[in-house]
Design a protein around this ligand. Structure first.
Ligand SMILES: [Zn+2]
Length: 410
């Protein structure tokens, strides 16, 4: 099969630059939080209204998936590829001083999801323009609720990625901007890219009493302290250093006065891992540790886990494809293999549990600026060089096109 020329993709993306910037700024100015981002979705629908897409929505979120049917190739063995952009902002004030800064107090697009949404609309336009030559179908997933709200999981449970059209994605890709990576650099990594993140609560239950007579009470505070220390020993003694985990107890609450032993002590924190096995082991070993430490002192301890996102696992073939597409579009030096995962978490991991694929990072530091000193994501002063938007659109479109034509590299 003759492949479509990719050399025109970046040029075509550059011609969308003005529209992408306008859309990104409109979204940036009016940030929405959580699973419901109707105004952002309306801006996306308006930007793409002229295109022959089939749209589907679920009931759990205001997110939507658009289907673009390719017009080439046989029906037999057709591939489907999914591209995802997240849409929600963060509950924090903006301090960039930009003319198009957030107009809503206490809300900011400080994780670049405004840019992700704009870049995905660019990819929709690029691929729609060559739909007749695409030998497969593309699903564009516009997803709210990434910032801890499990939007991807809700959209999957609504059947939006593999049920509504009876199509199952054979590959899935997403981009995340990185303000402190060099302008235009594409970063990726086979295997674990980002961690699982689960919130934990530990309740130690004793029996209160007078602080001068602890033998008449069951003091939960020393037990809580012992648990905090023992957790760090557990992490280094019971887990493989090559499959690392992190547990941080970030909040301790107990007691009300200097001379009163309280009934209970309450610990809160986070646990992170880079493999599903280590994630399950953390829960099991932590439960055993705290119950037995408490029992040793005649008390009880209970663990509650509030599950966060799974580990973001990138398929090595998808990362290899991304490197090739990056080389073709941007030249041979623009792809950078990350030496290590990062311990943040990302809900695209739910999509990657369903389809092999990859999340890639795109450097959006301003050209000529020392990227390392730029403000990172979740900073109130985080900046995105909008000149990178067409590059993101071209990369997403290039990944979809090359996957539909040739699948993953052998
Ligand atoms: Zn983000």
């Amino acid at each position: 099969m003759a492949t479509l020329p990719m050399d025109t993709l970046l040029t075509q993306a550059q011609s969308l630059s003005g529209a992408l910037t306008t859309l990104r700024r409109a979204i940036h100015e009016e940030p929405e939080l959580g699973l419901h981002t109707p105004r952002t979705m309306a801006k996306v629908r308006a930007a793409l209204a002229h295109l022959p897409l089939e749209w589907r929505e679920g009931t759990s979120t205001t997110g939507a998936v658009a289907l673009l049917r390719g017009g080439a190739g046989p029906m037999e063995g057709r591939r489907t590829v999914l591209l995802r952009g997240d849409m929600d902002a963060l509950p924090m004030g903006e301090k960039t001083g930009l003319p198009y800064a957030s107009a809503i107090a206490g809300r900011m697009h400080a994780c670049g999801h405004d840019a992700h949404t704009a870049m995905l609309t660019g990819a929709v336009q690029l691929l729609s323009a060559r739909a007749e030559s695409l030998p497969g179908d593309v699903l564009f997933m516009f997803q709210p609720g990434e910032e801890g709200h499990h939007g991807a999981r809700f959209m999957i449970e609504d059947g939006l990625i593999d049920k509504v059209w009876g199509l199952t994605p054979d590959a899935a890709f997403a981009l995340h901007v990185m303000p402190n990576a060099p302008h235009g650099q594409v970063q990726g990594r086979a295997g674990a890219l980002m961690a699982s993140a689960d919130q934990i609560e530990i309740l130690v239950s004793g029996a209160g009493g007078h602080a001068s007579m602890p033998h008449h009470a069951a003091d939960p505070i020393p037990v809580a302290c012992e648990i905090v220390s023992a957790i760090q020993t557990m992490v280094t003694r019971q887990f493989d250093a090559h499959d690392p985990v992190v547990i941080t107890i970030a909040k301790i609450e107990a007691g009300s006065a200097h001379n009163v032993i309280p009934d209970t002590a309450h610990l809160r924190g986070t646990m992170r891992s880079l493999s599903p096995g280590a994630r399950a082991a953390l829960r099991e070993k932590l439960t055993r540790l705290i119950e037995h430490i408490a029992a040793a002192h005649g008390m009880k301890a209970r663990l509650t886990v509030h599950p966060g996102f799974p580990v973001t696992l990138c398929d090595p073939r998808a990362v290899a494809l991304a490197e090739r597409v990056s080389d073709t579009l941007f030249g041979p030096d623009m792809f950078h293999t990350l030496p290590a995962p990062i311990m943040g978490a990302e809900d695209f991991s739910y999509v990657l549990e369903r389809a092999p694929g990859a999340m890639l990072f795109l450097g959006v530091a301003h050209e000529g600026v020392d990227a390392a000193s730029a403000k990172g994501i979740h900073s109130p002063r985080m900046l995105v060089d909008e000149a990178a938007l067409p590059r993101g659109s071209a990369l997403l479109a290039g990944l979809a096109q090359r996957f539909l034509e040739s699948g993953f590299p052998a």
